[in-house]
Design a protein around this ligand. Structure first.
Ligand code: ADP
Length: 274
């Protein structure tokens, strides 16, 4: 069934015997199912050496779910898809950030198809529905001798939450709150693995977003909108016009086009989150 049994139970991680195979391809071929974990990304990083490429770690609850820039991710028990997976792409470290966009594309396509909702991508790493955040993605890169060693991609999808913590209640939503026709976590994960595999292979064929750019842009909520780019204490307002092959956001201000790299920036709408 799987090759990730016998993982030592470090830092209270409950590996359990609940190991599944959900995809015939390499992505999700091995899966670790946990009841509760601090963070699925941290779990993958802890056990990296024992996990085959494409192994998916999924938990019913995270006690310390994480977003970008050390932000938290609310992950209540049984109410969402809290999962991470490990990749070992043979690409430059600078190209690994694009895997966030690849994940966003695959996840949006699958969630749209299964939920029947009108979903869009907020560059680079969020999936939005009616202007609210339904899902987020956190990609972390590990280097060895300045080269890509492995990449952990974490996904959080709000599935059945109906009440969010006060600080995010105005900007967060769930499949249930939006009236999705499907809230089946196992099915969503299975279809995501299959879709991700295809998108990943398209990305790896060129090492960039060339083959996926068109489709990603069609789903991009920011296109044609004024966005506010926040970096450290500075703000910069411009119109988003698309992405380039590297997955950077292209913004236009007074006919000058600038590229914005994900990582240290946050993008907001000028009137709110989107
Ligand atoms: P950003 O929107 O800047 O890209 P992140 O991707 O780092 O932010 O996500 C972390 C942020 O998402 C948190 O600071 C919080 O505002 C919000 N958040 C935390 N948990 C959830 C959740 N379950 N659903 C939606 N938004 C959340």
């Amino acid at each position: 069934m799987t090759n990730v049994d016998n993982v030592n139970n470090k830092s209270g991680h409950n590996t359990g015997p609940d190991l599944l195979c959900i995809n015939k391809g390499w992505m999700g071929r091995h899966m670790v199912k946990l009841d509760v974990v601090d963070s699925t990304n941290l779990y993958v990083k802890n056990y990296e050496e024992k996990l085959q490429t494409g192994t998916v770690v999924i938990a019913k609850a995270q006690t310390a779910g994480r977003g970008r820039l050390s932000r938290g991710w609310s992950s209540p028990n049984g109410e969402g898809i809290w999962m991470s997976y490990i990749l070992r792409p043979d690409i430059e470290p600078s190209a690994c950030g694009g895997l966030t966009l690849v994940t966003a594309l695959a996840l949006t396509k699958v969630l749209k198809r299964l939920s029947g909702l009108n979903l869009q991508i907020k560059w680079p790493n969020d999936i939005v529905c009616n202007g609210k955040k339904l899902a987020g993605i956190l990609t972390e890169l590990s280097l060895k001798d300045m080269k890509t060693d492995y990449v952990v991609v974490g996904i959080g999808v709000n599935v059945s939450t109906t009440k969010f913590p006060d600080d995010i209640s105005r900007m967060a939503t769930s499949l249930k709150l939006e009236g999705a026709v499907c809230e089946d976590i196992d099915l969503i994960v299975k279809e995501f693995c299959e879709e991700f595999e295809k998108c990943y292979e398209a990305y790896m064929a060129t090492g960039d977003m060339k083959l996926l750019k068109e489709e990603y842009q069609q789903l991009l909520v920011n296109i044609g909108r004024e966005v506010c780019i926040l970096k450290d204490d500075k703000e910069f307002i411009a119109e988003a016009i698309g992405i380039n092959d590297e997955g950077e956001l292209l913004v236009k201000k007074e006919s000058e086009i600038t590229t914005i790299r994900a990582g240290e920036v946050s993008v907001r709408g000028i009137y709110g989150y989107v």
